[in-house]
Design a protein around this ligand. Structure first.
Ligand SMILES: C[S@@+](CC[C@H](N)C(=O)[O-])C[C@H]1O[C@@H](n2cnc3c(N)ncnc32)[C@H](O)[C@@H]1O
Length: 268
């Protein structure tokens, strides 16, 4: 029986087509969007989900997109207790409060793809670490020195908690804006897991880079290679290798793209 079929009894027959048919699971929390037509039935819908799916402790609705510089979710609890959970992905435990920090399941494949690219003994700087989406998988599997920068205090709280929960010892958390914090070492590899308008952070990335470095640049839009090459030139670097691939669709004809870029000091 589909998710929607399980909830049919919660609303009048003429509204049943508006019931959600898909949901996202983060740890023990069930999250879905609720169209305006059935919003007033949210309590009954939430209670029904808890009854039908005992694996869920809490039911939440997504009221809007993840927004703002700090990528805060707009999520409301409609049934159950607590909005904090532990989500497991690729063997890593992520403690999070779903109403305070984001978690994008759409980036799951990208988080896995990155790990084998990282070499032992590299210095890695994650400019937008969040609760450790990229940093923890890398640091757990590869003996690197990793600096995880994050500006949102709620994300920093869970990042620190997740480092302890996963028994990780090679990550230094740096709280603050990546453009102004100071990092004691230059990086072999820089993660720029933030979009849109990621280019505004490229001058900082080049400032953090060793003479040869790899940058994983996330953004949406076109002409990303030209943008990166322009910033590289301004910083006295040359792009010596470039590839890009789509992570996920984020709107009509709009994709979240990652550019894997090798840069070397000096202009050619
Ligand atoms: C989109 S999230 C990271 C998502 C992640 N790449 C994934 O796989 O799901 C971006 C993070 O960057 C943080 N952030 C935004 N601007 C920042 C800045 N200037 N310096 C440091 N962190 C920042 C936000 O608080 C947020 O936690």
């Amino acid at each position: 029986m589909s998710f929607r079929d399980q909830l049919l009894a919660t609303v009048p027959e003429q509204l049943q087509e508006h019931l959600p048919n898909t949901y996202q699971q983060l740890g023990s929390i069930c999250i879905f969007s609720l169209p305006a037509a059935v919003k007033s039935y949210k309590q009954a819908i939430g209670d029904a989900v808890l009854k039908v799916y005992p694996r869920f402790t809490t039911v939440c609705v997504q009221r809007g997109p993840i927004s703002g510089e700090l990528r805060q979710p707009t999520i409301e609890r409609i049934a159950g207790n607590g909005t904090e959970t532990v989500h497991k992905e690729h063997g890593i435990l992520f403690h999070l409060d779903v109403t305070k920090v984001m978690f994008s399941k759409g980036n799951l494949a990208e988080r896995k793809l990155l790990i084998p690219l990282v070499q032992p003994n590299e210095v890695v700087i994650d400019m937008f670490a969040g609760i450790g989406y990229f940093s923890l998988g890398i640091a757990k599997q590869v003996p690197v020195t990793l600096f995880a920068i994050e500006k949102n205090p709620d994300a920093v709280f869970y990042l620190k908690k997740n480092i302890v929960a996963n028994k990780i010892t090679n990550v230094t958390v740096v709280e603050g804006d990546c453009r102004t914090v100071s990092i004691p070492q230059k990086a072999d590899r820089i993660l720029m897991g933030y979009f849109p308008n990621t280019a505004q952070f490229l001058p900082t990335a080049f400032r953090m880079a060793k003479d040869t470095a790899t940058i994983h640049y996330h953004d949406v839009g076109k002409h990303l290679r030209e943008t990166i090459e322009r910033h590289a030139k301004n910083a006295g670097f040359t792009v010596t290798a470039f590839s890009e691939h789509i992570v996920k669709s984020v709107g009509p004809r709009t994709n979240h793209v990652v550019c894997d870029v090798v840069v070397e000091k000096g202009l050619r």
